[in-house]
Design a protein around this ligand. Structure first.
Ligand code: PLP
Length: 427
């Protein structure tokens, strides 16, 4: 291979990267299970599942075989005016995998587009009925993706400042905690009483990009109950939390009332092919049925319903039916809890929390917790030196590994975190 890194520098523009100051990227040339292999012969544990996607690990033969078989049967076809067996199969299976109440699956390409579609469904649901509901509610610290609608309902900050004048107006309420939760409930009720709200979007139980911030299901149950009371549509963005990340198949399995719309992506294909799914209740779908074409959801993408991505979903769902997959998920969840128990008095850690297979460790630093904490680079390099790819969010180290990670590999990750914490304490 000609010089990979030199050519990368000449021709590639990387995401979320200031190329002027960024270190050279890892030249990953292959991957198997939880391990990435680089051009210079090194190995790295993929402890954040490659942007929280590869649930079943890399190079899973079962998924590969199913994609190959699908490729030889039907590789791609337009999805407007056409249907095909694998899209119908996985739609039905996803509906059965979700808590009861969802009925229709709309396909797009990634997490952000699954959110865009949800926002359009919400606004058009009211528009089609001639109801003037224009306001949207979201949680402070939210991240729903990088397209314009998704950015509009996300935290306004450094990341999206150049575009802020283009966003639609959204009301934000604080992230709920034991201290402020009742107050947030009251604040939401005051807002919803105006009857001006079309929708409320949230990352259920864990805010990912905000630093794997975990909140109690009781607050979300309360928020959704208020939304029902005041006829506000609710959108659960389970792009990150779906498919057992929080211990249950979906985070919304842990709350009392199900939302109206759910967004899925990342791990839905086992994390190895792109797709976005926006799943709605029947009553949402019904509001788009009319003699008038303009009342339809006039939205679509070239790769809508791509059969290869659907085959990957089908294979991933098969793997979730295997007791060994569920045992592995339980094993990771238990190991995280044991780590927390063992480290709870470690003064290097400001806070230790887990939910299912997500472990979130807030490092004690002189400043308030922040994405821009200077400790981030030190931690990132420390883990790389130990052969682990972990991408801390500021001073929050989090571990959400592929479910195939072995006990020894997980222990290696914990040991490296402990060693980093010791280093920080003695500086
Ligand atoms: C909760 C949530 N929603 C949406 C997205 C956007 O997904 P994508 O990166 O596939 O556009 C992300 C990505 O991290 C996410 O965590």
């Amino acid at each position: 291979m000609k010089d990979l890194l030199a050519n990368d520098q000449d021709f590639v523009w990387h995401p979320f990267t200031q190329a002027f100051t960024a270190p050279i990227p890892l030249p990953v040339i292959s991957a198997k299970d939880a391990t990435l292999f680089t051009e210079d012969g090194k190995e790295y544990l993929d402890a954040n599942s490659s942007w929280w996607t590869v649930n079943h690990g890399h190079g899973n033969k079962y998924i590969a075989d199913k994609i190959y078989a699908q490729f030889m049967t039907l590789d791609h076809v337009i999805f407007a005016g056409v249907t095909h067996p694998i899209a119908v199969e996985i739609s039905e299976r996803i509906i059965r995998f979700l808590p009861p109440g969802f009925q229709k699956v709309f396909f797009s390409d990634n997490g952000s587009t699954s959110v865009e579609v949800a926002i359009k469904m919400v606004y058009q649901f009211w528009h089609n009925q001639g109801k003037k509901k224009k306001r949207f509610l979201a949680l402070e610290g939210a991240y729903h993706g990088d397209t314009f609608g998704a950015m509009s309902v996300g935290q306004r900050d450094y990341f999206n400042a150049p575009f802020e004048h283009l966003f639609f107006d959204v009301d934000f309420v604080p992230f709920p905690t034991e201290e402020n939760g009742e107050g947030v409930l009251e604040q939401i009720e005051e807002l919803f009483k105006t009857r001006e709200f079309a929708g409320f979007i949230f990352e259920p139980l864990v805010q990912g990009a905000a630093g794997m911030r975990i909140y109690d299901p009781k607050w979300l149950s309360g928020f959704i109950a208020l939304a029902k009371k005041y006829e506000v549509l609710t959108v659960a963005d389970e792009v990150m939390t779906g498919f057992y990340r929080t211990g249950t198949p979906f985070a919304i399995h842990q709350i009392e009332t199900i939302p109206d719309i759910i967004c899925l992506s990342k791990g839905v294909t086992g994390g190895i092919l792109p797709i976005g799914l926006t799943v709605a209740k029947q009553e949402i779908y019904d509001a788009f049925l009319d003699e008038e074409t303009a009342k339809a959801l006039l939205h679509g993408h070239s790769f809508t319903g791509n059969p290869l991505s659907c085959a990957a979903i089908s294979a991933s769902l098969d793997l979730f039916e295997k007791p060994e997959t569920l045992a592995a998920i339980q094993g990771i969840s238990d190991a995280h809890l044991q780590f927390i128990q063992a480290e709870k008095d470690n003064s290097a850690f400001r806070q230790l929390k887990s939910m299912g297979t997500i472990l979130s460790i807030e490092l004690e630093v002189d400043e308030a917790s922040s994405y821009f904490s200077s400790i981030r680079e030190r931690a990132y390099n420390h883990f790389l030196n130990d052969g682990i790819l972990l991408r801390p969010l500021g001073n929050v180290i989090f571990v959400n590994p592929p479910y195939c990670i072995t006990e020894e590999e997980l222990e290696k990750v914990y040991s490296s975190i402990r060693a980093f914490a010791r280093g920080v304490q003695f500086v």
